[in-house]
Design a protein around this ligand. Structure first.
Ligand code: IVH
Length: 671
């Protein structure tokens, strides 16, 4: 009996660890969130009844534990060094010249990695099990943040043992970071709760990691990439590339953009490529790190006090420009929030023309004393969204004008309200066309119903023409209504109706996100989709049921309960389901012969495949109904990356296009 339970516990631990790895490291889930949760509940239940079966690397051990009074300190086995900086191609070539001179050969290969802007961490695995996580600290002694780091889903609690023998000791170093999306969501939640927002993702990551209460850390969207080593016993590698490959095999998240064993010229090309794709990456980077690839060379070169001689951080030039604020206008968002936006004299910032920058709210405008007519320092700080850093008071002429928020909504002219305890000013007229447009746009967006071709302009046109009053009208639109519209032809009308039709089948998570409930972004939608199998269950949930969901704050729970309690919203949902919107659990549905995963998908092939030529691969895909194109765009559904994949892989990464390696591709072809 006992051994039967033990068997089941071990099986669940193994399965959940594996699912976790597929979800958080490979970004390629194998089962639905609901199924994952069921397995997790079963394991928690069994481990509670039989605590002796709990292991430190059990997937149940990520939830965070009792708060600590203070952090312990621990000495690093080997110091955690910093890096020297290079700021230009010339600096990089000088670094290379030093390497050539010291190694005595010009035949040097490098491994180049994006430099993430987060918090450096060292993870210690003894016999494959995570036993300690320590921050960099002063390089010699850091803070022990093991409980916190265990809550980060992409951190393996134990190494994978299926490809390599388990090393006896493995100290892995890497960067804990927060993605741009995670950062925005986190700040939005903080703003809603009246808490101070984080200035940038780096601060957010550092603040989240340095919590004495690990349950707080568990609620933060922290992530990890690994790139370095401390002391290691029982792992064979003779190059940085080999070490990274070993880490990948052991289940660690290694940045897929890394370029292994390249020449200095290729490293320079990669530097330029990173500068270009930087704004589109899902996380912030502040440079590239070049490392002499061969460990034997690294050892020859040695270290200085603070940094190794064999590596250099190639930083990006700060992107800040001066321009004039010609006006401040007010935008009305999906939930009615009025946002002041600076209209700028167009200026190039890091290769992108910037003509607007959000000023967030009146508090921000007062704090920075921003006036219309001011000259301002504008940055993109590695961010897609331009920001006004500060104004230049010395440039003032006295003709600048102060700005104040309007008391009427600039779109519907109804009285605005400043909600208690919030810095935001809101238009509370639910019929306000600006809100309507934003709600429909959000509904149709990539993370929602993903209706191809239904962008901002078209939504505006459809609302202005009276064809859409809410998103529920989308599914009853027909070609005859669309064709008479300006800039609309038969073909485009047909395409739109087809795209809308295609979007009818949707996952629970996307459906919830698309509704645009206050405070309910991607993360909350995911939590809800995990907890509730059907829409009916969700709609029937009480405020208490919602509040009981771990990770969902009370404000969000209130907003969701309030949304579904509103008869207008219930009517909208009924209209959606009546017009054929169907919530599917895409992950657990088997693919029939006609709806093969590749059917109707746009696929790009790159690199070399071992099993077939690209031509053969293309033919197989076409036979399955896929479209095969030559370049990666946001419309690409999959990138198949063989070995030596180049810029297409980088682009796909940047655009968050799912990437299939050859194994995965072959499995899907055969499925
Ligand atoms: S290697 C001995 N690789 O940059 C090598 N560092 O400015 C030391 N960083 O403290 C670090 N990405 O926090 C390395 N791919 C990468 C990195 C990286 C980010 C950070 C790290 C380090 C700092 C040095």
């Amino acid at each position: 009996m006992e051994s039967h339970i033990e068997h089941r516990v071990r099986q669940l631990q193994q399965q959940l660890t594996d699912h976790n790895y597929h979800y958080h490291v490979l970004d390629d889930p194998k089962i639905s969130d609901a199924e994952y949760d069921r397995l997790m509940q079963e394991l928690i239940h069994l481990e509670t009844a039989h605590p002796e079966l709990k292991t430190p690397d059990s997937p149940t051990q990520r939830v965070g534990g009792a708060p600590l009074p203070a952090f312990d300190h621990a000495e690093h086995t080997l110091p955690m060094l910093s890096l020297d900086n290079a700021f230009s191609d010339q600096d990089i070539l000088e670094f290379h010249a030093r390497m050539v001179k010291n190694i005595g050969s010009s035949d040097i290969l490098y491994t180049a990695e994006p430099k993430l802007d987060g918090v450096a961490i060292e993870l210690r695995y003894e016999n494959g099990v995570l036993v300690q996580a320590v921050t960099r600290g002063d390089g010699l002694v850091g803070e022990v943040v093991t409980d916190n780091v265990r809550t980060i889903r992409s951190v393996p609690l134990g190494v994978r043992r299926d490809m390599l023998p388990c090393p006896g000791l493995l100290e892995v170093r890497g960067e804990v970071y927060i993605s741009r999306a995670g950062f925005q969501e986190l700040n939005r939640q903080r703003e809603n709760r009246g808490e101070p927002v984080f200035a940038n993702p780096r601060n957010a990551a550092a603040g989240s990691l340095r919590q004495l209460d690990s349950t707080i850390t568990a609620s933060r969207p922290l992530d990890l990439f690994v790139y370095g080593r401390g002391q290691v016993d029982g792992l064979v590698f003779d190059s940085q590339a080999g070490f990274l490959d070993a880490l990948t095999a052991l289940g660690f998240p290694v940045n897929p953009l890394v370029k292994k064993q390249i020449s200095i010229e290729q490293a320079l090309a990669f530097y330029r490529e990173l500068i270009e794709i930087r704004p589109d990456l899902p996380y912030e980077i502040d440079g590239m790190v070049i490392k002499v690839d061969r460990v034997a060379f690294q050892e020859m070169l040695g270290e200085k006090i603070k940094s190794p001689r064999w590596a250099v951080a190639c930083k990006f030039a700060a992107v800040e420009e001066i321009t004039r604020i010609t006006d401040i206008v007010v935008q009305v968002g999906r939930t009615g929030t009025l946002t002041p936006v600076a209209v700028l004299e167009p200026v190039q910032v890091g290769g992108v023309t910037v003509s607007r920058a959000t000023l967030h709210n009146m508090d921000e405008i007062r704090k920075k004393d921003i006036r219309i007519g001011d000259n301002a320092l504008v940055t993109r700080a590695g961010d897609v969204i331009p920001k006004v850093v500060s104004i230049l008071p010395a440039d003032r002429t006295g003709r600048e004008r102060k700005f104040d928020m309007p008391s009427l909504c600039p779109v519907c002219r109804s009285q605005v309200q400043r909600l208690e305890g919030e810095s935001a000013v809101k238009c509370i007229n639910a019929a306000c066309p600006a809100q309507r447009k934003e709600r429909i746009r959000h509904f149709a967006s990539k993370k929602g119903f993903d209706i191809e071709g239904l962008g901002k302009k078209l939504v505006e046109q459809l609302v202005d023409e009276g064809l859409l009053t809410s998103f529920a009208d989308l599914f009853t639109l027909n070609q005859a209504q669309l064709i008479p519209l300006e800039r609309m032809a038969e073909k485009s009308a047909h395409n739109l109706v087809t795209a809308i039709d295609k979007a009818r089948r949707i996952s629970m998570r996307r459906f919830i996100f698309a509704l645009g409930i206050d405070h309910t972004g991607e993360h909350a939608a995911r939590l809800l989709a995990r907890r509730f199998d059907t829409l009916e269950d969700l709609m029937a949930a009480s405020r208490e049921d919602l509040e009981a969901i771990h990770g969902l704050g009370t404000i969000t729970a209130d907003a969701i309960a309030g949304f579904f309690a509103n008869p207008d919203n219930r009517a909208l949902i009924t209209r959606l389901t009546r017009s054929g919107v169907h919530i599917v659990n895409s992950l657990s549905e088997p693919a029939g012969p006609k709806d093969h995963v590749f059917a109707g998908k746009t696929v790009v092939l790159t690199g070399t495949l071992a099993a077939m030529t690209r031509g053969e691969a293309k033919k197989r895909l076409l036979d399955l109904g896929a479209k095969v194109t030559g370049s990666v765009s946001k419309n690409t559904d999959f990138l198949v990356a063989g070995t030596d994949a180049g810029s297409k892989l980088a682009k796909a990464m940047a655009l968050n296009v799912p990437i299939l390696d050859e194994d995965r591709f072959m499995t899907l072809l055969e499925s």
